[in-house]
Design a protein around this ligand. Sequence first.
Ligand code: FCB
Length: 449
Amino acid sequence: MIIITVIFMTSLPPKQKHDHHTLKFPDNFLWGAATSAYQVEGNNSYSDWWDWEVQGKLPASGIACDQYNRFEQDFDLVKNLNHNAHRLSIEWSRIEPKDGEFDHHEIEHYIKLLKVLKSLKITVMLTLWHFTLPKWVADIGGWENGQTVKYFERFVKRIAPELGEFVDMWVTLNEPGVYVYQGFVERVWPPAKKSFFGQVKTILNFASAHKRVYKYLHKAFPKKEVGIANNVQSFESYHKHSVAEQVAVIITDIITNHLFYFLTRGAHDFLGLNYYFHVRFKQGEGLMPEVTAASNESRDVSDLGWEIYPEGLFGVLEDLSDDLPIYITECGIASTNDDRRNRFLITYLHEVYRAIKSGINVKGFFYWSLIDNYEWHRGFEPRFGLIEVDYKTLERRIRPSALVYTDIIQHNGIPHSLLRFIGHTVQAEDVLEKRYREISKEIKESQKN
Ligand code: FCB
């Protein structure tokens, strides 16, 4: 009998060990969040965007999150949440409200602000242009006019020597392609113009602006990396065997994800990727079938209707990876349901982890956004923040997802316990349990000091 039992037991497969390890990210990985000046500062009244607001063509941004005055408080939160990096931008229209007139007071403001980040030992990624232009630049035709390239270069050459010592990485331009799409195709942003040649000129001017500024920054700050933040999207065909859909995928992918890099090849120290979209092309019926983006109706979407599709992030990372390091310069969800943000963080970061495991050199992740803010033509309704902003009192409230992110940062990876978020209806408190209380306590105490 004993012999039989022994034979039986030894013939059983070894008990599988469940892997409880933290999914570790590389050492020195940058963990942070991103914002842009116009969306958080408030009162950027010398810009083209503001001018449109005054004309009633766009929702009013007013004092936005008043970060212009509250940056110290916000950066303390950055530190308390354990972020080791932060991406932010400066507002050209503040610094140069009139052609060639630079406002010293505003330059001092940005120096002060960056000094605070540096004193907190935060790695600073600074964006030099994030969608808005000084009104005087827009009046001469904005990016459609080649002069703007020279004006932008003059601006950067004036401001970079003042700010450079507090900046670790430069982003010259944010999402040139999105700007062209919203301004010339959708026409919901300035310049809201229907002009094919306008689009082409704008893109070429962006490329030339980036190359010039890259060259200058690279020489002036040889130790600091320079790049752009490009909106990249995951494209797929609805039907596997539809040639028309496949062609749509290839063409759109080239234009959206590769064209700008091609036009500016050799002028990047890193690839900055902003990832939000997954698009499936669907062919309609008829002789000359139109191929359009399929509706997201049946999909899991954010409050803005943007599909939640973490696998797409892996796909674009794989597709774009080459010799250059990659930073995910923006990635986030608009949702008033914070549990969804927890799941978002875990599932998207899990894809980043997989990409790193498969040899792709991803060096940082910036969640969009640190705080709720002015979401361009959509106003204040979309809630992207790790931190909630009460727009009546401007009070900041740390959302539970911010603590989940902190837990990840403190582990420099995704602790196994957090993988439970992948199931639905799980709340931060359930998963973090004791950790949740500990992190909240740590933050409260550091805020008191
Ligand atoms: C990106 C923008 C950023 C923000 C997010 C939601 O395209 O760069 O300013 O609006 O989308």
